[in-house]
Design a protein around this ligand. Structure first.
Ligand code: 13P
Length: 263
């Protein structure tokens, strides 16, 4: 699957990096200072970075007119109050941050996030005007037990039934498919495996929300994306960009990924 195929999604490509718990403020600014990228007509670049560097990264990006959006890696669904350790939408908006990642598999695995809490965070964030990229994906055990579609469908179910989410899909709510077995392992889903999952996700959305919303929703692939495999993944009709961990931490690979997107 190397030939470029027409995209189903009408919203263009998103190259998103997830820095996870890497880079403090100093390294963040060093990275951005070294970043040399030209804007692309049909693509956006975004970095989800640790809370502490959000404000300086966003300011740097704005002052230097970088074609780059900055987002948070998590967000509370609550407005304010007794929620120790959480960060609210209004706190993020006060420093100019409009994007948040929700439900990353590391949040689900290590911090007890469930489909219910992911829904709550997503709805709360959307209600307060944020844009959300919600992550779903199966584990290796689930894939080997032939449960990939059942898991994806369960992870999507609450989101597809919620009134706020239904209204936001394709506008302020998009999806990242990240098979857990491909995250940080060096094992990427093949373009065929990824496309199969993405078209299943799109079909679920079409069934519940109709074609126009489903086709406006970006479905990003994440899991060991590198400059060596990104082009083939991007050639798939239902893959609308990447959510990149390791390769987003090095200027060279990150720039290469951006330049692989065809105008
Ligand atoms: P890697 O690209 O390091 O596999 O990480 C993927 C990921 O979890 C992005 O959110």
């Amino acid at each position: 699957m190397t030939k470029s195929t027409a995209k189903v999604c009408t919203n263009g490509i998103l190259l998103a990096g997830n820095w996870k718990m890497n880079f403090g403020k100093k390294e963040t600014l060093q990275f951005l200072e070294a970043l040399r990228i030209a804007p692309q007509l049909n693509a956006q670049m975004r970095l989800y970075i640790p809370f502490l560097s959000l404000e300086s990264a966003r300011n740097f990006s704005e002052v230097n007119s970088l074609p780059l959006q900055i987002g948070a890696q998590n967000i509370s669904g609550e407005k304010s109050g007794a929620f120790t350790g959480e960060v609210s939408a209004s706190m993020l908006q006060e420093i100019g941050i409009e994007h948040a990642l929700v439900g990353h598999s590391e949040r689900r695995q290590f911090f007890g996030e469930t489909n219910e809490s992911v829904l709550k965070r997503t709805v709360g964030a959307l209600t307060q005007g944020m844009e959300v990229l919600v992550c779903i994906g199966e584990t290796l055990t689930e894939r080997n037990a032939d449960q990939t579609e059942a898991i994806l469908s369960t992870q999507l179910k609450l989101l597809l039934a919620d009134t706020v989410c239904k209204e936001a899909f394709g506008k302020k709510l998009h999806v990242a498919y990240e098979p857990v077995w491909a995250i940080g392992t060096g094992v990427t889903a093949s373009p065929e495996q990824a496309e199969t999952a993405h078209s299943f996700i799109r079909a679920q959305m079409t069934e519940k929300l109709g074609y126009s919303i489903a086709n406006a929703t970006r479905i990003l692939y994440g899991g060991s994306v590198t400059p060596a495999n990104f082009k083939e993944l991007l050639a798939c009709p239902n893959i609308d960009g990447g959510l990149v961990g390791g390769a987003s931490l090095k200027i060279e690979s990150w720039t290469q990924l951006w330049n692989l997107i065809e105008a």
